[in-house]
Ligand binder design. Structure first.
Ligand code: MF3
Ligand code: CO
Ligand code: CO
Length: 250
């Protein structure tokens, strides 16, 4: 690994492990009856206990330490009094900042037993993210990432959200490049070793369109169909990439 990005990788590795660690703890408490504000409290405390802070908290006025996006909520759901119930799916998205560097990750959790369709949506969304991560190395095109995700998702009859994308990340939360989760292979800029960005596909059971609710944050599917998401922060190397936000046990 070149000296130039060794430090960026090690800082992101640390921030990423804190964000992933928060989700490992969330995994233990997400059960029917839990309120999404309790997930937020856990994330806030876990991140603070690791001498880091939450990037979402007060980001452009966002009021909480994580996003909790349930069922037809695509992303940016605001933790609240809302109780999760058996059969729900909920995405929890955490971004920790440690020593000025960001680690951003999300997972979709199943609350108790969920429908076969919901289970398949969650599985296909995770697979799409991992298939994309597995093709990343120096000199691929950004469009190869989107094409890989779109192909897998559409083959299963689901759709890729186009209104939100992955992003470069580092000492700032969101930076270039935009990492689209759909598109043509061979299109877009070439990926270079040392780049750090997220891959975070949002996949809908129905149509791809979204709209934002009056709170200015909560994005939902227009057709009210279920939506799932997973996110990792990765760093590109000459022969592959490193995932900075893996769960502890994997
Ligand atoms: N973590 C989200 C992402 O993946 C961004 C959340 S911004 C917030 O980029 F303000 F809604 F928290
Ligand atoms: Co992100
Ligand atoms: Co995120």
């Amino acid at each position: 690994m070149s000296k130039n990005y060794k430090e960026a990788f090690s800082k992101t590795r640390l921030a990423g492990s804190i964000a992933a660690g928060a989700l490992d703890e969330v995994a233990k408490i997400v059960k029917p009856g839990i309120r999404t504000k309790e997930i937020d409290k856990l994330c806030y405390e876990f991140i603070n206990d690791h001498k880091a802070f939450s990037a979402p908290l007060f980001y452009r006025g966002f009021p909480k330490s994580c996003c909790t996006s349930t069922n037809h909520v695509v992303c940016h759901g605001i933790p609240s009094e809302k109780e999760l119930k058996e059969g729900d799916i909920v995405n929890v998205d955490v971004t920790a900042v440690k020593d000025g560097w960001h680690g951003d990750t999300s997972r979709t959790f199943e609350i108790g037993e969920v429908s076969i369709k919901a289970k398949k949506l969650v599985k296909v969304t995770y697979e799409a993210m991992m298939k994309a991560i597995n093709i990343v190395k120096e000199d691929i095109h950004l469009g190869d990432i989107g094409a890989t995700i779109q192909k897998h998702v559409e083959a299963e009859g689901f759709s890729v959200v186009q209104d939100f994308c992955g992003h470069g990340i580092g000492e700032v939360f969101h930076k270039e490049p935009n990492v689209l989760h759909y598109g043509q292979s061979g299109s877009g800029e070439k990926v270079k070793a040392g780049m750090i960005f997220t891959i975070e596909p949002m996949i809908n059971l129905g149509k791809y369109e979204t709209k934002t609710l009056n709170d200015g944050w909560t994005a939902v599917t227009k057709d009210k169909s279920l939506s799932a998401q997973f996110e990792h922060t990765i760093g590109v190397t000459s022969n592959g990439c490193e995932i900075f936000t893996l769960p502890k046990k994997n």
